[in-house]
Every structure is written in C-alpha cells, then in structure tokens.
Design a binder for this molecule. Sequence first.
Ligand SMILES: [Zn+2]
Length: 262
Amino acid sequence: MTDTGSVGIGLTGAGSEYTGSAGTVSADTGLAAARAAGMDGSTDVDTMAAARSGYAAVPDSPASPNAGDNTDGDDETSLKAAASAVAARIMNNPATDAERDIVERQLGRFPRGMVAVGARCVCGRPLAVVTRPLLPGGIPFPTTCYLTSPEAVKAVSHAEANGVMKIFTAMLADDEGLAGEYVRAHRLYLAFRHEIAMALNDSEEHISSTSAGGMPTRVKCLHALLAQTLIMGRGSNPIGDLTAERIRDEFDPNVCRCSVQW
Ligand SMILES: [Zn+2]
C-alpha cells in the first residue's frame, strides 16, 4: 500500500485494491512498435493485440484525428498523440450526475474525482472511469483508469485468485517484446494522465512516475491493467489485453451481464 492508496476509491470486496506502483521509465528499452490505441474502435486495430483480445474498443468513442497516425515508430510524439486522443474524448464527455450515481452504486461509495466514464458495457453502463490525478482535498491519486463494473471486478478477482498474475509475470520475464510493450503501456498511462492533469490543472507532483497495476515491470493488479485496456483501447496494455481474453467467459464488454440498475 502506498501513501496514496488508502485514500482512493478502492473497491469493496474486490480482492485487491488499486495501489500505485512507483517506477521509473527506462526510455527506449525494447519498446514495441507503436500502435494506435484503438480509440474509435473501427480503425487501426493492431493485429497482435487483436489476436489477444477479441472484443471491440470503447463503443462511445468518437473518431479522433490522431487515432490513425501511429503505425510506425514509438517516439514520444506518437505516444503523446495517442494519449491526447483518449484524453480529448474523456474531457469532451464529462461525467453526468446520472453516471456518477450509477458508478456510486457500482462501487458502493461516491466516486471522488471522477472525470468521466472511460469505457462502457454494450448496454451503455460504465465499466471503467477516469479519475482525476488530484482528488478533492489535494490528494494525489495515481490510478487514473479505474475499473467500476462489479461483474468485471469479480471476474478479474477470480483470475487473480487463480494465479494468473504469476503466469503473466513469468510471461513478461520470458518475452522481451511483451516486456517492451508493457513499458510502453506505462509510458502511455503517464502521458494520458498528464493530458488529464493539464486539462484540469491538477498537480502531478507526487505521482509523475507512478502508473498503476505494477507497471512498468511488475504485475500487481489486473483490475487496473484491464481498466487501461478498456479505456485506452486494446493494444494500449498487453497485460490488460491478456486479462480481457482470460476472463471473457465471465466478463465481456460486448455481452451485458450488468446487475446494477440505471
Ligand atoms: Zn451491460
């Protein structure tokens, strides 16, 4: 537990809490080819990611002018473009009272610092939200992409209980390409949060190198990693993609199993 973890909007009964993982980015360490984050769900579906993850990207995301331009290289420019496109969608669709209300019922507590719904079930209910970097009261909060769907949370908790994190950790150790993609996911996460922080004028002072879920080198919370995949699109986080594939029989954004009423 970090100094910020105890004050977040942690899930009740999730079997794991979202704690930030301090880590530094070692630049250019085996980074995979850049990939568009799949923001609009209709273009630039990365083939490797698609092989891992058979579901559509966030259904409510409008086409972005930046979404289709990141097919080569993986420099800061392409990363920033991908992050900016997702952040723009988020900032253009701020949470409504009705959305805060259903998320409160999903979590069993008020979603402090909720910026917007970041991903939805095929039925429209929220699956994951974007939380601002600085919670009301000035509390740094690193878990920008936050899973809220009780069905998704439960499915991921089952996977964690079944030892999937150890499996993914071993995969990262054995697969340099995968490890590189995971480092990129970390950088993308930070770039995305930076865009949100800039838009909201939130300080990132205490969380500037902290992403979530164990990134960039460990696997500590599949909920947080899946949330990134759901919000930023398949291809944005390889372990999030693998998690989505792993739990698909129990949770799938395209198969509504939602229990919380609107
Ligand atoms: Zn649903």
